[in-house]
Design a binder for this molecule. Structure first.
Ligand SMILES: C[S@@+](CC[C@H](N)C(=O)[O-])C[C@H]1O[C@@H](n2cnc3c(N)ncnc32)[C@H](O)[C@@H]1O
Length: 206
């Protein structure tokens, strides 16, 4: 029902029904609920049109900040807002100076759109600037020729033709998290009928 409310909130957003269905089916909302229950400030990095951010406002009382560098997406996110707790801003992750104020940070389908060097810069910035008790949820796809990986790469090439895509294996992600001092506290694969980007890692500073 909650997902249905978000699905309809975006009826006139220009995002097709199929895209909305696909995106919403890949958010493990019951799992996210566990982490947002205690959270006061949640950050969604590279929030796109804000579907996940809006969904979080439906299941928690936390204040949600979604940031993205894309003007048009931020405008759609704000027009489709379902709660006064949601706020979407045009900001660049690399320029954020207030990471310490968030107790839960979501990085959904974001990392593989950055070069390997920038992926490391993202993790370095997080490791230095987040609150020591903050938790980070990262959704990625494992490499190693899985159907999930092949389909994500195919879809991303069409949807984001200007991005260079840089995937790691699941083991590779866990290794690079650990290199920057992050402990893996949970890992799961979203159940979905669509093969897609759906490996979830929750990490915190060790
Ligand atoms: C693949 S999309 C994921 C969108 C969203 N998380 C979702 O699941 O619908 C990646 C998003 O990251 C945004 N982005 C890329 N680099 C960014 C940066 N440095 N700071 C903030 N947003 C960025 C892009 O504009 C794009 O909307």
């Amino acid at each position: 029902m909650t997902k249905y409310r978000i699905f309809t909130a975006y009826s006139n957003s220009g995002i097709s029904s199929i895209q909305r269905l696909l995106k919403l089916s890949l958010y493990p909302i019951r799992f996210i609920k566990i982490y947002t229950k205690e959270a006061r400030n949640v950050l969604d990095v590279g929030c796109g049109e804000g579907l996940l951010g809006n969904l979080i406002c439906e299941i928690s009382d936390a204040k949600l900040t979604g940031i993205d560098t894309d003007d048009k997406k931020i405008s759609i996110a704000n027009k489709s807002r379902v709660s006064k707790n949601a706020n979407f801003e045009k900001r660049n992750f690399f320029e954020l100076t207030d990471l310490h104020k968030y107790d839960f940070i979501i990085i959904n389908d974001f990392m593989h759109h950055h070069t390997f060097e920038n992926q490391r810069k993202i993790l370095q910035k997080l490791s230095k600037e987040i609150h020591p008790n903050a938790k980070i949820l990262i959704k990625e796809v494992g490499k190693l020729n899985s159907v999930d990986h092949l389909l994500t790469r195919y879809a991303d090439r069409i949807l984001y033709p200007n991005d260079t895509l840089n995937f790691r294996s699941s083991k590779g992600w866990i290794e690079v998290f650990s290199e920057f001092g992050f402990l893996l506290i949970a890992e799961l694969k979203v159940k979905s009928i669509w093969p897609a980007c759906r490996n979830i890692y929750v990490v915190k500073l060790g």
